[in-house]
Design a protein around this ligand. Structure first.
Ligand SMILES: *Cc1c(COP(=O)(O)O)cnc(C)c1O
Length: 427
């Protein structure tokens, strides 16, 4: 082999995987086992003491999942990754490793509705506060940070508003204040955007969406950028103070630039328990092999659908950063120049009732709460995913009464457009 650095598509197929050492199986097998036999008592002791890497129990590590973790870390340009049961589990473990009761995070307000719920409700019972700020205004993040702020949280490409966040501007504020920037990169995927290159410290994904890509398995991942100094401030004791259960080991000291991924695994995943199943790791690994092809096709078709909708007389507005003239087009050109992704929103004339009528009349599109499937998906957020929010929160999150969201699939784009055309004519 030459010392060429493999390209993204090569990594999407090969990173983290090699033929199975015991059988020669070319595809990473599904290691559908709960536990792993120790070589001997000393081996067991070194595994439990974190002195050796190896498998004990599938809640904490599994070889199929390890291949997935290594692959995603390579695609995002991180030092290590931890795969878990869902995107929400990834977010929970990230903040569990950073926050203690009374601490807070500053979060941009353009987020997936489920994340807004998770942070507004469940995080409260951990004693964690969320200070919401305007995702499109980097300075507003600086204004919200106080002495108990332990992280900033944003989405690179925000769901469902079609907003591209100015990652570098927000990363500069985080760096200046000595706190890590956590970026949810679910909608963009590392094919379109690599937040660590723009200053993010931690990346999270719902693997359920574009990474898996086929709408068949739940998963989440945490990628450690290896960039943040967990010991400098004394504010991240899970990483910077001795751990009694590991004979006084200090995780940051022992594991250096991948200590955060280790902390999420050996403290968060160990104790909170949201492990991904090996079967789901296998399905998501397989999905990732075609990520570059799929994301390019999703983006190209979404742009054509956005152009069609912009010219339609029953459509009030279209929000898609890949569209020329869109307010976020220049940020899209900077952060995700290969395309604007699959997800777009538009306003149908006639408000709430028109939105309901549209989703009731589609035939090819599936009316459901998901994105990132091979199939084209449609939803009216105000009556579904965002219905728990107040009207004010709905509008702030880009989910007002007239908003319809599409996740443009991989069917022939002419068929996708024809279905929207017939459904709009019924509104
Ligand atoms: C779906 C989604 C999540 C949550 O992921 P799950 O796998 O459903 O738990 C988080 N962030 C974004 C942007 C999402 O689209």
């Amino acid at each position: 082999m030459t010392d060429r650095i493999p390209g993204f598509s090569t990594l999407a197929i090969h990173a983290g995987a090699q033929p199975d050492p015991s059988t020669g199986a070319r595809v990473t097998p599904i290691y559908q086992t709960t536990a792993f036999v120790f070589d001997d008592v000393d081996h067991a002791a070194s595994l439990f003491g974190l002195q050796a890497f190896g498998n004990i129990y599938t809640r904490i590590t599994n070889p199929t999942t390890a291949a997935l973790e290594e692959r995603v870390a390579a695609l995002e340009g991180g030092t290590a990754a931890l795969a878990v049961a869902s995107g929400h589990a990834a977010q929970l473990l990230v903040f569990h490793a950073m926050l203690r009761p009374g601490d807070n995070i500053v979060a941009g307000n353009k987020l997936y509705g489920g994340s807004i719920n998770q942070m507004n409700h469940s995080f409260k019972s951990f004693g964690w506060e969320v200070k919401w700020t305007e995702a499109t205004d980097p300075q507003s993040f600086a204004d919200k940070i106080d002495e108990n702020t332990r992280a900033i949280f944003i989405e690179s490409l925000a769901n469902p508003g079609g907003v591209v966040t100015d990652i570098e501007a927000i990363a500069a504020i985080a760096r200046d204040r000595g706190i890590p920037l956590v970026v949810d990169n679910t909608l963009a995927s590392p094919y379109l955007c690599r937040p660590i290159e723009h200053g993010a410290d931690i990346v999270v994904h719902s693997l359920t969406k574009f990474m898996g890509g086929h709408g068949n398995s739940m998963g989440g991942v945490i990628v450690d950028g290896g960039t943040f100094d967990w010991s400098a401030s004394g504010n991240y004791p899970m990483l910077s103070e001795p751990r009694p259960e590991y004979s006084g080991m200090v995780l940051h000291e022992t594991f250096g630039n991948f200590a955060f991924a280790i902390a999420c695994r050996v403290l968060g995943l160990r104790d909170l328990g949201p492990a991904i199943s090996p079967m789901n790791s296998f399905l998501i690994l397989t999905g990732i092999e075609t990520l570059p092809l799929r994301m390019q096709r999703h983006s190209d078709s979404a742009r054509k659908v956005a152009e069609f909708l912009s010219g339609h007389d029953k459509v009030e507005w279209v929000s898609y950063a890949g569209l020329k003239g869109d307010p976020y087009h220049s940020l899209q050109q900077k952060y995700m120049p290969k395309g604007g992704g699959a997800v777009l929103t538009f306003g149908v004339k006639g408000g709430y009732d028109a939105g309901v009528a549209l989703v009731s009349n589609v035939e090819l599109h599936s009316h459901l709460a998901n994105i990132g499937d091979t199939r084209s998906l449609i939803i009216h957020p105000a009556s579904t995913t965002h219905r728990q929010l107040t009207d004010e929160q709905k509008t702030a999150a880009g989910a007002g009464p007239d908003v319809v969201r599409l996740s443009v699939g991989l069917e022939d784009v002419e068929d996708i457009i024809a279905d929207l055309e017939q459904a709009l004519s019924a509104v």
